[in-house]
Each structure stands twice: as structure tokens, then as C-alpha cells.
Design a protein. Structure first.
Length: 512
């Protein structure tokens, strides 16, 4: 172990720093620290010099300038295997720094708090820390840099063995650049609010890993689940799992679809999802009634499905849910009775999602080969549009109810999408077909007799009257669709001929 190695310690999170520093001293390191870190070490009896002793310059501007000095940065950036670097340091009386331990002002934690002022946020932008971290990481061939207390132990074990291997130093450097990039992304996000630009020139969001997944959509695909740590809306990525096996990639996608759908309902609602499409949706005055309807909508497909509800899950409903195999149940809360009933199923995943927050869906990101598509989440509903009825007949009150439910659901079904609903539940869902009439036929086949007197929703307009003709054959009496086709009149005429009422929303809900 060589003598007189120097370590610079400047940490905001002081957890574990005293024990680490003591061992560094035992290993022959000279320590240098900034004000607060130095005080902490001195209180614990650890010998430590001050950065100001080295720089011969005081910490000024309330800590805004402490380590930003050539004596520090030359010590961090000098390549000790280059003669001229070594000579320059000698000529200027600068000593090298071999180990840097820095963690940053808690910017993210600060802006996550309610009622924070701009001044507080800005004072928590660390300048000197990232500068040291980046300098040391750039010079990883000669410097060991530690940004996370989690790494103290491992670094010490290497030091005790004699030297920190350069391969490990490079890993630490990589971690530093991830850390500072993420840190800056939070700052960029905070400032982005000032420009309100939803399509910035550079897209710099940062996410934190919630979970490494066993695999992706298929077992041969690697995958992980990340969350936006500052997301303030209703969030699947911030859900609490109360029971069951670890969530899988497909579970998370399905759960997100079910959650997004149930949030569109204010009355008690239950949504059953399979492969990201709703297979059964029910609403009622009680959650039990809503679930009964969602189940009755398609008692076959719900098996192995994901169910989301928008009221506390009660014992009765839980008992009914327990009768079949479900992968996940999502609820704003679970009564004690419901938990007692459902936790007897060891594998059943129970997710509690705080649904009291603002919806705040934000942006939807979809990766494409070599790029990223960004759009607003489709949060629009019938309340955002002015509907019109171009047919001879206006919907009855009952038809309006069914039309509204079908329209809420069709928005969440993969295009081309047709949903048939009757009596506060879906009775047929045609999802993801390459032509609209094909989707309609699937929905009618599933609905069977229930399509008589039912309502139909189409996520996009009818380019020709064939869907109306099929609907008439199936006994549909009310249709809701965006309208806007050149041949709308053909569909209107077909409706009038069959006594069907049709509503135009003027807004489509493609979901590719
Ligand atoms: N201004 C500087 O030169 C500077 N140098 C280090 N810091 C930060 O000051 C903190 C430690 O300060 P203290 O040891 O005084 O508690 C660390 O989070 C470190 O990243 C600085 N602070 C902010 O920029």
C-alpha cells in the first residue's frame, strides 16, 4: 500500500461516510473535505484537511464556490503517466487526488416536495459536485470515483487488496456519467416547465428502475421496468403490490391498460383485460354489480385476465373474483376482508393504486427502430366534444347510456375496434382487425343474441355503409362513431333505412 494517497470527500448524503473515511485513513489515505463533510468527520475524530487549505481560497458565496478551483481540478484531471502532466503539477505545487467520493445536493428530492420555491430548487442544483465527479470519471485510468454509498464497501475491499482495478474504476466512471446525466435531466425537466415545450429539440427524460424483470414479452427477451420518480399523477409504476408473484412484462402492460380504462369511469366500474384489450366491462351502482357484469360480458376470456376496479374492493366482490383464476386485481384499496379472502391465493397479484390523485397521464412514448415517438396520452372523452345526431331517430335514454359506455371502452381497444354494449356492460369486443367490418363481425359473433337492441361504438369513421348493414343484421339499434367520411351519407341512409339512430362525435380514438 503506497503512502500519501489523497481522497477528496464531499458528500451531501453523509450516510456511511464516517466509517468509510476511518478505514481510508487506516489504509494510509490523507483526507480532504468540504465544510459540512469535514465537520462530520472531525466530530468523529477522523483526521481531515480542508479543501480551502489546498486551494488557499475560502468557500464563498454560501457554498456556491468551494471546490471549483484549479488546485482541485488539476489534481483530478492530471494523467499521472504523462511526464509533462506530472511536471506541471510539481511546478505549480499541486498534488494529485486518487479517490473522489462525492454525492450531490438532493435536487430531485427537493422539487418532489410540495410548495417548494424556485429559490430552494435552484440552490439545490449542485455545480461543484458534478464537476468533480465528471473530471474524476473522465480520468478513471488514474482516479477512483464513488458517487453512491452502496459502493463504499466494495471500493474498500479493493483498496485493502492493494489497488482498485482499472476495469472496476471504469464501471464506477460509467455509473457517474449515468448519475450526472440523470441529475441534469431532472434539472432540464424542471426548467422545461418554463417553456412548456412538449416537443423539445432534445428529449431528455430520466427514469429509475423499479424492477429487473425475469424476461420481456417472451422468455428470450431481457427486460426491466422503470418509473418516472417525479410523476405526480395516478401511476401504475408507483403501485404497491400487496400480494402475489412478481409482475411480469406482459402483466405490467395489461395492468396499465386496465388501469387507464377504469379511470375513465366515475361510477363503480370493473374492467377485465386480456392482451391489453378489454374483454369485459361492467358498471353498476355497486362494485359487486359492476364486476358481475364485467364477468358476464365474456365469462370465457376473463379467465387468466387482469381486473381493475375504481372503488375499494369489498369482501363480497373479492369472494366472487376468487372463484376464477385471475392474474392481477387492481384497486384503489382493499378492505381487510377482501385481503383475507384473496391472499389465500399465493400467486394472485394485488396492486393498490392511489386513484385520488389528478389523472395527469402526460406523454406516451413508443420506441421505433432508432428513434422515439412522443405524443400526449389520449385523455379526451365525450365531455370534450359536441355530438350530433344526423339520423332521423334520436337515441333513447337507454341507448344513450349504452352508447356512452361503448364509446368509453372503444377508445381503449386496439384499432380497428368495434364495441357492442347493452345494459351497462360490453357484450362484444372486436379488436385489432385489418378492416372495420371484420372487427364488427367478431363483436357480433361474441355478442350473439345480446346484440339485439344493443349499442355499437366504432373508434373511427365508416368509410362505407357495410358496418351499418352488418349491424342491422345483428339487431343493433344505436351507433356512435366519429363521422367525417366522404361517404357518411351512405351510412346515414343505411341507418335510416333500418331505424338505427347514429351519433357523430367528431373525434376519433385510434389505438394502434
Ligand atoms: N460549489 C462547489 O464548489 C461545491 N463543491 C462541492 N459541492 C457539493 O457540496 C456538498 C458537500 O458539502 P458539505 O461538505 O459542505 O456538506 C456535496 O454535495 C458536493 O457535491 C459544491 N456545491 C455546489 O455546487
Amino acid at each position: 500500500m503506497s503512502q500519501h494517497k489523497r481522497a477528496l470527500l464531499s458528500v451531501s448524503n453523509k450516510e456511511g461516510i464516517v466509517a468509510f473515511a476511518k478505514q481510508l485513513v487506516e489504509q494510509g489515505y490523507e483526507l480532504v473535505s468540504t465544510g459540512g463533510t469535514k465537520r462530520k468527520l472531525e466530530e468523529a475524530g477522523v483526521p481531515v484537511a480542508s479543501v480551502s487549505d489546498i486551494t488557499q481560497f475560502p468557500e464563498i458565496l454560501q457554498g456556491r464556490v468551494k471546490t471549483l478551483h484549479p488546485h482541485i481540478h488539476a489534481g483530478l484531471l492530471a494523467q499521472q503517466d504523462k511526464e509533462d502532466h506530472v511536471k506541471q503539477l510539481e511546478d505549480l505545487g499541486i498534488n494529485g487526488i486518487e479517490l473522489v467520493v462525492v454525492n450531490l445536493y438532493p435536487f430531485k428530492e427537493t422539487i418532489a416536495k410540495d410548495g417548494i420555491t424556485e429559490e430552494e430548487a435552484i440552490e439545490n442544483i449542485d455545480i461543484g459536485g458534478p464537476t468533480m465527479l465528471r473530471a474524476a470519471a473522465k480520468n478513471f485510468q488514474h482516479v477512483t470515483v464513488v458517487v453512491e454509498p452502496d459502493h463504499y464497501e466494495e471500493v474498500l475491499s479493493y483498496i485493502k487488496e492493494g489497488e482498485v482495478p482499472v476495469t472496476y474504476r471504469k464501471q464506477l466512471a460509467a455509473r457517474v456519467f449515468q448519475h450526472t446525466a440523470s441529475y441534469d435531466a431532472h434539472i432540464a425537466g424542471y426548467f422545461a416547465e418554463a417553456v412548456e415545450d412538449s416537443a423539445p429539440e432534445q428529449y431528455t427524460r430520466t427514469y429509475e428502475r423499479v424492477q429487473s424483470l425475469r424476461y420481456g414479452e417472451n422468455p428470450h427477451q431481457q427486460a426491466a421496468f422503470y418509473q418516472d420518480p417525479l410523476y405526480k399523477g395516478i401511476s401504475l409504476a408507483h403501485a404497491s403490490q400487496l400480494n402475489g408473484k412478481e409482475l411480469s412484462y406482459n402483466n405490467i402492460q395489461d395492468a396499465n391498460a386496465a388501469l387507464s380504462m377504469v379511470l375513465d369511469f366515475t361510477e363503480p366500474a370493473a374492467i377485465a383485460v386480456k392482451h391489453m384489450n378489454p374483454c369485459g366491462v361492467g358498471t353498476a351502482d355497486s362494485l359487486f354489480g359492476a364486476y358481475e357484469r364485467a364477468y358476464a360480458a365474456d365469462p370465457v376470456s376473463i379467465f387468466g385476465g387482469i381486473v381493475a376496479v375504481n372503488r375499494e374492493l369489498d369482501g363480497n366482490t373479492a369472494e366472487k373474483m376468487k372463484e376464477i383464476f385471475l392474474e392481477i386485481i387492481i384497486a384503489p384499496s382493499f378492505s381487510k376482508e377482501a385481503l383475507d379472502i384473496l391472499t389465500t391465493k399465493k400467486n394472485l397479484r394485488l396492486l393498490q393504486v392511489d386513484m385520488t390523485k389528478e389523472q395527469g397521464a402526460g406523454q406516451q412514448l413508443t420506441s421505433v427502430r432508432g428513434g422515439l415517438l412522443v405524443q400526449d396520452v389520449d385523455e379526451a372523452s365525450l365531455e370534450d366534444v359536441t355530438t350530433s345526431v344526423p339520423t332521423d331517430r334520436e337515441p333513447t335514454e337507454q341507448e344513450w347510456q349504452d352508447l356512452k359506455l361503448a364509446w368509453k371502452v372503444v377508445k381503449h381497444v386496439k384499432s380497428n375496434a368495434i364495441v357492442v354494449a347493452k345494459g351497462q356492460q360490453t357484450v362484444g369486443v372486436g379488436a385489432g382487425q385489418m378492416n372495420r367490418v371484420g372487427a364488427a363481425k367478431i363483436a357480433f359473433e361474441q355478442a350473439s343474441d345480446h346484440s339485439h337492441g344493443a349499442a355499437l361504438a366504432s373508434d373511427a369513421f365508416f368509410p362505407m355503409p357495410d358496418t351499418v348493414e352488418e349491424a342491422a343484421k345483428a339487431g343493433i339499434t344505436a351507433i356512435i362513431q366519429p363521422g367525417g367520411s366522404k361517404r357518411d351519407q351512405d351510412s346515414i341512409d343505411a341507418c335510416n333505412e333500418h331505424g338505427i339512430t347514429m351519433v357523430f362525435t367528431g373525434m376519433r380514438h385510434f389505438k394502434h
